[in-house]
Write a protein that binds this ligand. Structure first.
Ligand code: GLN
Length: 559
């Protein structure tokens, strides 16, 4: 095989400017040229994985097929590359140090001093090359979290420097830098990017390409200025303006010829990019004929005075993808379950939406609010989709209000409930008792057998599926007979029939009332939308049109 190539993506000036999307988009472009591509995310945290990080601080925890709990950028990579990535493609500072320390304890360093330099960057490189070898990638993208100039990520930049020194023609550095337009000046300023480029030089690296992130496209004059002050050719300064849809990003980069430039930088043979399926998808993301209104009822939205939607990013992208598939546009509204609990929001607020989705979650806050919302959706036939906790609470609500198990609950909240309809798995009890929380949930892909003729069975169009999980609690088989007798159908189970994976109400009872113990959002991809999300969106669209028909009838009656 030809010599593998590596592209390090680093951030200049500030974080939060879309390095993850930039990395994903570069991956898509190179893949469309027929290259085999993989992507790695490095997070400069001491946490060994993302599983123990608070979502309001760090955003979504994305679960890989093999169960590894990672950063939301891994989800972006999987969606843009349309591929599943393995554990080796994600690392944190904590993970790297832990490996070195474990190896040292096993005497693998044969008695020599183990030092931060070079042993830590060497471990980083060992992981990068292992990820490359596992996927046999022609090009491996490595996104280094944080911003240039921080202490936290310096060791990863050192790894990049070492690799570039060894293989100068096979390593490229792409700097994603913010170019502000201060209001009072009204002009695009390149100085922060110049400083970032110099800081990068100070760790022995030179940017080969600069992606100029700004609210608008960068003009020729500014490109030339960045070129002179950052020691780079002007055509290697790529315009990266804000765009309406993240799916436009690869197409936008291609306008500036990014793929061809990367081929030149990395000494790759010239190939043309085949982006037509991506173009068609991006096109659909703009041209939706109708609007589908969805309420997402969650609790991890508030971050000071700001609303954080990153916490549910895979759910949002799954909803978008399904809507685009139906040639519609989603309008997603975040409602805080705590507001339904306190009465700040009346339940009738929900009438305005085509569908209601309750995503995954943990702990007690906002739970009674969610239970009220689920009951309202069930009784008023508003399409409802519950993911993980959203499914467990759907079972609790049904048990309490339909099956007559008053006070039923999940033992996550009420250990003494007389009807523990959701209970901790026996294998998990010990983990919790011994405070072993990191990486110990039921994680990753498990098979699930579907009931023929059910909503889920029809949506997937097959008998057996495999979906990703992240939870400690399960539907308690002890109460199954009562709940089923009361009408709730468990349309997906583990192959041995013990674990309940999907719950739903039959179509003649409710247009769409379905919950999954797994997280279908992790497998929803732009080029292959998820069948359950499509089913939910379709039901939401139908409700909206029934709603508007009855409104028209009402106004006609008044006339
Ligand atoms: N808290 C629930 C559990 O641990 C649900 C988890 C989730 O929604 N991801 O089982």
């Amino acid at each position: 095989m030809a010599q593998p190539k590596y592209i390090f993506v680093v951030g200049g000036v500030m974080s939060g400017i879309g390095k993850g999307i930039a990395t994903s988009a570069i991956g898509r472009i190179l893949k469309s040229k027929g290259l085999r591509v993989t992507a790695i995310k490095i997070d400069p945290y001491i946490n060994v994985d993302a599983g123990t990080m608070n979502p309001t601080e760090h955003g979504e925890v994305f679960v890989l097929e093999d169960g590894y709990e990672t950063d939301q950028d891994m989800g972006n990579y999987e969606r843009f590359l349309d591929e599943s990535l393995p554990e080796i493609n994600y690392m944190t500072t904590g993970r790297v140090y832990l490996s070195v320390i474990e190896r040292e304890r096993n005497l693998e360093y044969k008695g020599k001093n183990v030092e931060v330099v070079p042993d830590i960057p060497l471990e980083v490189l060992r992981r990068i090359t292992a990820a490359q070898a596992a996927s046999k990638a022609d090009v491996t993208l490595i996104e280094i979290g944080g911003t240039i100039g921080e202490y936290q990520n310096i060791i990863f930049l050192e790894a990049a420097r070492m690799l570039k020194q060894e293989f100068p023609r096979d390593v490229a550095v792409v700097m994603v830098s913010y170019v502000p337009i201060p209001h009072n000046i009204g002009e695009m300023k390149t100085k922060p990017t110049q400083y970032a480029a110099r800081t990068l030089n100070s760790v022995g690296l030179q940017a080969d390409i600069i992606l100029a992130r700004a609210t608008v496209p960068i003009d020729t004059k500014r490109k030339e200025k960045i070129a002179v002050f950052c020691n780079i050719l002007p055509e290697r300064v790529i315009s990266a303006p804000d765009v309406e849809s993240i799916y436009d990003v690869p197409l936008n980069y291609e306008k500036d010829g990014l793929g061809d430039i990367l081929e030149k930088v990395l000494d790759l043979p010239k190939r043309s990019a085949e982006l037509s399926d991506w173009e068609a998808f991006a096109e659909r993301s703009h041209n939706g004929a109708s609007v589908i209104d969805i309420a997402i009822v969650g609790k991890y939205f508030d971050s000071g005075s700001f609303v954080l939607s990153d916490v549910y990013i895979s759910v949002l992208e799954a909803l978008k993808g399904a809507a685009y598939h139906l040639n519609a546009k989603p309008r997603l509204t975040y409602l805080n379950s705590k507001d339904f609990e306190s009465g700040k929001l009346p339940l009738s607020t929900l009438d305005a939406y085509g569908g209601i989705l309750i995503p995954g979650g943990f702990g007690e806050t906002g739970i009674e609010g969610k239970l009220k919302v689920i009951r309202y959706a069930r009784e008023n036939k508003i399409p409802y989709f519950g993911l993980c906790y959203g499914m467990q609470l759907m079972v609790v609500e049904y048990a309490r209000n339909v099956a007559g198990l008053s006070g039923a609950h999940t033992t996550e909240i009420d250990e003494k409930t007389s009807y523990p309809v959701i209970a901790i798995m026996e294998s998990q009890r010990k983990n919790v008792a011994e405070s072993r929380y990191g990486g110990t949930m039921r994680l990753g892909s498990y098979p699930c057998v579907l009931k023929e003729g059910s909503i889920a069975g029809k949506a997937y169009g097959k008998k057996e599926i495999s979906e990703r999980h992240r939870h400690r609690y399960e539907v308690n088989p002890r109460f199954m007979p009562q709940i089923q007798k009361a009408g709730l159908v468990f349309s997906g189970t583990s192959p041995d029939g013990v674990l309940m994976e999907i719950a739903e109400l039959p179509k003649d009872v409710h247009p769409f009332f379905l919950g999954t113990q797994f997280h279908p959002e992790f497998l929803a991809r732009p080029l292959s939308p998820h069948p359950l999300f499509v089913g939910f969106m379709r039901a939401a669209e139908e409700k909206a049109s029934i709603h508007s028909v009855s409104l028209t009838e009402a106004s006609a009656a008044q006339r």
